[in-house]
Write a protein that binds this ligand. Structure first.
Ligand code: BTN
Length: 261
């Protein structure tokens, strides 16, 4: 196992804000739970919670997230000052940042799948859980990367393929370098979102997208439908054109990719 410690992580960072205050734990139920509690208590933007292992990692849509040793499991506290409708852009920005960080630190070509997944060779390596509180006064971004997680400990493939960076690279990746690059890219993408608005994030997300131009099945809370994913709008919602030409705006739920449009 690589040396993935608080000291090595703190020493490696070259961000201005994000991760300057970093709390590292050997084991936690969920880094998002700790970060949300701290955000509620007024902890400032940029605080990062990292765990070597989570015993109750949480995923989107109420799912569990397998988080054994060897992965990167962290949460970032942000105070973006965005309208609630625009908060999904922070998740999109983070997916772009994670894809770039994977490219820079491993050389693997990573792509994004709506809303926040990152894929390598068509299989999921990163999941992002963004949670808000106090009327979107804070956003906690939980990032899970299957870095050096052995295949036997990855979740069983239910509906979508899952992989790890180690599996794709043919050997373990340097997690300290990966976290350093990830936090740097999150800071860049977040600064761009704040200074220039949604434009650069949406452009970058479209360029990396594995979803746009594909026929997708949308699994919403109350209904399912299929159509062609044509774009994301200014708030990060997915636009899906139905066979009758109507366009549906998808803000939540799961999307599975069926084929090319
Ligand atoms: C998904 O369902 O794709 C999102 C998974 C998010 C997992 C990360 S790991 C760090 C943080 N803590 C959690 O409990 N979940 C997120």
């Amino acid at each position: 196992m690589d040396e993935y410690t608080s000291e090595r992580l703190a020493g490696a960072l070259d961000t201005r804000r994000i991760g300057r205050r970093l709390r590292w734990y050997r084991t936690l139920p969920s880094t998002n739970d700790v970060a949300m509690r701290l955000a509620d208590l007024g902890e400032p933007e940029g605080v990062v919670i990292v765990a070597e292992e989570q015993t109750a990692g949480r995923g989107r849509l109420g799912r569990a997230w397998a988080s054994p040793r060897g992965g990167v499991w962290l949460s970032v506290i942000l105070r973006p000052g965005l309208a609630v409708s625009q908060v999904p852009l922070v998740g999109l920005a983070t997916a772009v940042a994670a894809a770039r960080a994977i490219g820079e630190s491993t050389g693997l070509a990573a792509r994004v799948k709506w809303p926040n997944d990152v894929l390598v060779r068509g299989a999921k390596v990163v999941g992002i859980l963004s949670e808000t509180g106090s009327g979107a006064a804070w956003v906690v971004l939980g990032v899970g990367i299957n870095a050096n997680v052995p295949r036997v400990l990855l979740p069983k493939e239910t509906g979508y393929p899952v992989t790890s960076l180690a599996e794709c690279s043919g050997g373990p990746v340097d997690r300290v370098g990966l976290v350093r690059t990830l936090l740097c890219e999150i800071e860049k993408a977040y600064d761009a979102l704040q200074d220039e608005g949604a434009g650069p994030v949406l452009t970058a997300w479209r360029e990396l997208s594995e979803t746009i131009g594909r026929v997708v099945r949308v699994h919403g809370a109350t209904r399912e439908f299929e159509g062609l994913a044509t774009d994301v709008d200014a708030d990060g919602a997915l636009l899906v054109r139905l066979p009758d030409g109507r366009v549906e705006r998808v803000v939540a739920g799961e999307v599975t990719v069926r084929g090319r449009g």
